[in-house]
Ligand binder design. Sequence first.
Ligand SMILES: Nc1ncnc2c1ncn2[C@@H]1O[C@H](COP(=O)(O)OP(=O)(O)OP(=O)(O)O)[C@@H](O)[C@H]1O
Ligand SMILES: [Mg+2]
Length: 259
Amino acid sequence: MSDNSEKKIELKIKSKLEQKKKKKTLDDGFKKNKVVNEVLDKITILQLYDLINSKIISYVNGVVKAGKESVVFWAKDPEENDIALKIYLVTTSNFKKRSQYLTGDPRFTSVKKGTKNIVYLWARKEFQNISKCYDCGIPVVKPRHVSKNILIMDFEGKDGKPENTLLESEIDENDYHQSIELISDLFKKAKLVHGDFSEYNIFKTKNGLKLFDLGSAVDRTHPNTMNFLKRDINNITNFFVKRGLTVENPADILERITK
Ligand SMILES: Nc1ncnc2c1ncn2[C@@H]1O[C@H](COP(=O)(O)OP(=O)(O)OP(=O)(O)O)[C@@H](O)[C@H]1O
Ligand SMILES: [Mg+2]
């Protein structure tokens, strides 16, 4: 998508949203463009009903974390297993930032225009990325299902409290090596680059590190692969340096992974 056409879509959506704001309450009780918790618009709520009817989820317990672009919920499946629902925001999505991770990836050549479609595509992309890693034996959260803007995975944590991320954990040398190995395995085995690899997107579990938040991950053939890979290595290196660990030169790691 060119910068110009992105601008056009953005303007169009802005004016659509303005128009919607002017409309009053609808007969069905849903105010147009009105959302609960910034995420539960009418389509998403109907989508949740569908997931319940199809026995993919049983009920939703509550919010785990509300971010700018998605809200993660703790839910249960019909067997009472904990599951996590990552619901991408349709109304306030910052798709401009996202499109750089879509255009150029051969898996997503036809990007349908319109915010909703881009958000659905983004959710599907994250699901595909996680599934690819999971199938390659890379430690990631276990993917379950995706439909529209809702991504469903196993819940990492207990009683609705998510597992600590690297940022929230005491760390050691081993975590550093595992992190670099994750980046290397992503590149070599899953042929992906995470694009947002950081202490915020890795759980530290009793069985080692577990990666999540793979919406930004791109195929290795993406034109920006090397920049994303370099940035991923630098970001995680900086984190371990800040925590006082001795680290390898990031340039050497980059060379080793890509050679
Ligand atoms: N499978 C899961 N199990 C338990 N908690 C989860 C799971 N996935 C995400 N979370 C919780 O939700 C938070 C946000 O998740 P995630 O990083 O995927 O979304 P995000 O950062 O909002 O995404 P983005 O980077 O696109 O804004 C995590 O820090 C974690 O606390
Ligand atoms: Mg995140």
